[in-house]
Write a protein that binds this ligand. Structure first.
Ligand code: ADP
Ligand code: MG
Length: 350
C-alpha cells in the first residue's frame, strides 16, 4: 500500500457495491494517519455503526477529527450532497442577492436534490474543495454505491454538458423558450396555474434561469477542473473487488474504462478472501461421529470456496496484466468500528 500511495495526494476507492469500498477507504486513511500524515477520508453512505464509530454526523459536511493513536491526523467526513451543491452555488454566485435568490428558488431546490442525489458529481466536487482548501497531505475518497461505477467517471462531464448544453442555452436565448414562456398564451396558462395552486411557477422558472445565466460559465469551468482532478498524476484509483464472479468481471470492465479515460490506475484490492482450512488438522478425539462428519463436510466446502476464489484472483491477475494486488481475508466478527478498521488496515499495510 505504501508503494501504491507514494507521491499521491488523492486515492479513489472504486468498485461495485458491497465489496468493501467504504471499509477500505477508512482503513487506508487510518494507516496513513498512523504514519504521520494529515489525512481526510470522504465517506459516502457508511454503515451506521462505522459512522458512529468514527464520530460522523449526517449534518455537517465538513471533516471531523477522529481521535486515536495517530502520529498524524485522521479526519473523516460523510458526504452531504445537497449541502455540497449549495456551497458550490454560494461560491459561484456573483453576489449575495443572486445566491439567496437561487438557494430559495423552488426549481433549484428540486433540481439540486435531483443532481445532488446522484452523488457522483458532488463527491468529486467535495474532493476538489478539500484539495484546494483543506491543507491535507492525503485525501481518500470512497465512491457512491452506484450500480455502475462508471457513472462516477462521467459525472463532471455530464454536469458540464448540462450547463454548457442546449437545454440551458435554449432557455436563455433572447427568443428562447424562456421568453416564449412569458408570451401571452402560456402566460395565461401559468397565471391560471398560479391561481389554482398558489405557486408562481413562471416566476420561479424565470428567476432561476436568469440567476443561473450568470453562473453557467463558472459551473462549466468548475466541472471541468473537478474532472481534471481525476486525471491528475497526484491521483490514483484503487479498484476494490471481492473474489466472486460478478464483482471481478465489473472490476475488469472498470479497469478497462479507466485506461480508456486515461485515469491513473494504482492497484487492486481483493477483499474478503476465504482461506482453505489446514488439511492436516486432526479432529479431536472422542468427537461424536455425526458431528465429525459434518465438520469434514464443512471443511470441504470452505476448501472448494477457497479454490474458486483463488481461480477468480488468477483471472483478475491475468486480465489486469499482473497489477499491484493486495489481498484482504474475510475477517471474523465486526469490522464496523475503529478496532475492526485497524484489523483491515493491518492487512492493507502488511
Ligand atoms: N475483510 C472483511 N471481512 C469481513 N467483513 C468485511 C470485510 N470488509 C468489509 N466487510 C463488511 O462488508 C460490508 C460491506 O462493506 P462496505 O465497506 O460497506 O462496502 P461498500 O462500501 O463497497 O458497499 C460491511 O458490513 C463491512 O463491515
Ligand atoms: Mg460504501
Amino acid at each position: 500500500m505504501l508503494e501504491l500511495l507514494e507521491g499521491r495526494r488523492i486515492v479513489v476507492c472504486a468498485g461495485s457495491g458491497g465489496v468493501g469500498k467504504t471499509t477500505t477507504a477508512a482503513a487506508i486513511a487510518m494507516g496513513m494517519a498512523e504514519r504521520g500524515l494529515k489525512v481526510a477520508v470522504v465517506t459516502i453512505d457508511p454503515a451506521k455503526r462505522l459512522a458512529d464509530s468514527l464520530g460522523l454526523e449526517q449534518l455537517g459536511n465538513e471533516p471531523r477529527r477522529v481521535d486515536g493513536p495517530f502520529e498524524g491526523e485522521l479526519w473523516a467526513l460523510m458526504l452531504d450532497s445537497k449541502r455540497t451543491f449549495d456551497a458550490l452555488i454560494e461560491r459561484l454566485a456573483p453576489d449575495e442577492a443572486t445566491r439567496d435568490e437561487v438557494l430559495s428558488n423552488r426549481i433549484y431546490q428540486q433540481l439540486s436534490s435531483a443532481v445532488a442525489g446522484s452523488q457522483e458529481f458532488t463527491a468529486i466536487a467535495k474532493l476538489y474543495e478539500l484539495d484546494q482548501e483543506g491543507g491535507y497531505d492525503l485525501l481518500v475518497l470512497d465512491t457512491p454505491p452506484s450500480r455502475n461505477a462508471l457513472d462516477f467517471l462521467d459525472a463532471p462531464g455530464r454536469l458540464a454538458g448540462f450547463f454548457g448544453g442546449r437545454a440551458i442555452k435554449m432557455f436563455l436565448r433572447p427568443a428562447g423558450l424562456g421568453s416564449r414562456l412569458l408570451g401571452r398564451g402560456t402566460g395565461m396558462v401559468f397565471g391560471l396555474m398560479e391561481r389554482l395552486t398558489g405557486v408562481d411557477l413562471l416566476h420561479d422558472l424565470s428567476v432561476f434561469f436568469r440567476a443561473l445565466s450568470g453562473m453557467t460559465a463558472g459551473f462549466t469551468e468548475r466541472a471541468s477542473r473537478v474532472g481534471a482532478l481525476l486525471e491528475d498524476p497526484g491521483t490514483t484509483f484503487l479498484i476494490i473487488t471481492a473474489p466472486r464472479h460478478d464483482p471481478a468481471e465489473e472490476a475488469i470492465f472498470f479497469h478497462r474504462k479507466l485506461a480508456a479515460a486515461s485515469m491513473p490506475f494504482g492497484g487492486l484490492v481483493v477483499n474478503r478472501l476465504h482461506a482453505a482450512p489446514g488439511r492436516n488438522g486432526a479432529l479431536p478425539d472422542g468427537l461424536d461421529a455425526n458431528l465429525a462428519a459434518r465438520v469434514v463436510t464443512a471443511a470441504h466446502e470452505v476448501e472448494a470456496l477457497a479454490e474458486r476464489e483463488a481461480a477468480t484472483v488468477e483471472r483478475l491477475r491475468r486480465a489486469l496484466g499482473d497489477p499491484p494486488m493486495i489481498l484482504v481475508p474475510e475477517l471474523d466478527g465486526d469490522v464496523h468500528d475503529v478496532e475492526g478498521l485497524a484489523r483491515v488496515r493491518a492487512h492493507l499495510f502488511a
